[in-house]
Design a protein around this ligand. Structure first.
Ligand code: NAI
Length: 283
């Protein structure tokens, strides 16, 4: 069924990074855009055995390709899965070449890929490789993918949406590299918004609070271990800090991304918009 709100997205092409997991925010975004009739490229990382971490448990190539195929079948759009490691320029450039070969142009770029390594750790004890890698995925990945894909957006104009976090604005404990990277994403968004305004490309970022995904379940598990509590107790404690009284759903982040991709947000650029159930309120 099409989403009648965003008819202008019909026939556009969207690339969403970190979209190969059905439970994740990236897939929810790809599905929401496909519902509005956009063609979608789902890009994601397939870690080698050595690269696997508790958070990098994405499905394999077969499952990710099946996700793209199911979106194509369900919504009557073109959908493609492309493997990418956003920390590798060669891999990102290969992804851009594949996207160009299939779709020629792109109108919507959603930089959603993200991860956390080396936590929990205070800055003064943080493992250097984990610190650098966390910033590489979350911040430099956005730069690399934008550098490769924005040229494909120049002829038509469009929208870039970067996934930041509440952690970009409120310092989390013992998760410094991620917070610094996401704060960088907010500023990178503003820089790109100014640079690309004259080319008809709007650039905004999204700052989710606590969204119910693998990422969050992993975090609660970790915190429960440290605090000698149960995962359920950690979740309950978190819920108490959220005025709307529950965690967010991936689809609720996807709703905001679709709005920012569409002409319905035509006078918005350079913003960092909270989707936190009221956990973060700013003037
Ligand atoms: P997730 O862990 O389920 O998904 C992240 C995706 O990024 C995965 O598919 C993973 O394979 C991909 N990825 C990781 N490293 C990559 C690399 N080197 N190259 C390409 N792809 C890579 O997490 P979730 O929750 O869906 O998060 C999506 C985005 O939302 C992330 O940027 C995260 O930081 C952000 N976010 C999530 C929040 C939450 O509560 N779940 C809160 C605030 C922000």
């Amino acid at each position: 069924m099409e989403n009648p709100m965003y008819q202008d997205l019909k026939g556009q092409t969207a690339l969403v990074t970190g979209a190969g997991k059905k439970s994740g925010i990236g897939y929810a975004i790809a599905e929401k855009l496909a519902q509005s009739g956009a063609n979608v490229v789902l890009a994601d990382f397939i870690p080698s055995q050595e690269e696997k971490t508790p958070l990098l448990i994405a499905a394999g190539l077969k499952e990710m390709t099946a996700l793209a195929d199911s979106l194509a079948g369900q919504y009557g759009v073109r959908a493609l899965f492309v493997e990418v490691d956003v920390t590798s320029t060669a891999s990102v450039d290969q992804m851009a070449a594949d996207v160009k070969a299939h779709f020629e142009q792109v109108q919507i770029l959603c930089n959603n890929a993200g991860t956390v390594l080396g936590v929990p750790s205070a800055v003064h004890t943080y493992d250097e490789n984990a610190w650098l890698k966390t910033i590489d995925v979350n911040l430099h990945g956005v730069y690399r993918v934008s550098k490769a894909i924005v040229p494909l957006m120049m002829d038509t104009g469009g929208a870039v949406i970067n996934m930041a976090s509440r952690a970009a604005k409120v310092p989390p404990l013992f998760n410094g590299a991620y917070a610094v990277a996401k704060a960088g994403v907010v500023m990178l968004t503003k820089v790109m918004a100014r640079e690309l305004a004259g080319s008809g490309i709007r650039v905004n970022s999204v700052c989710p609070g606590v969204i119910d995904t693998d990422f969050t379940r992993w975090r609660f598990g970790l915190e429960a271990q440290i605090l000698n509590a149960t995962e359920e107790a950690r979740r309950e404690e978190m819920v108490q800090t959220i005025p709307l009284g529950r965690l967010g759903a991936s689809e609720e982040v996807a709703n905001l991304v679709a709005f920012l991709a569409s002409d319905q947000s035509s006078y918005m650029t350079g913003q960092a918009i909270n989707v936190t159930g009221g956990q973060l309120m700013e003037l």
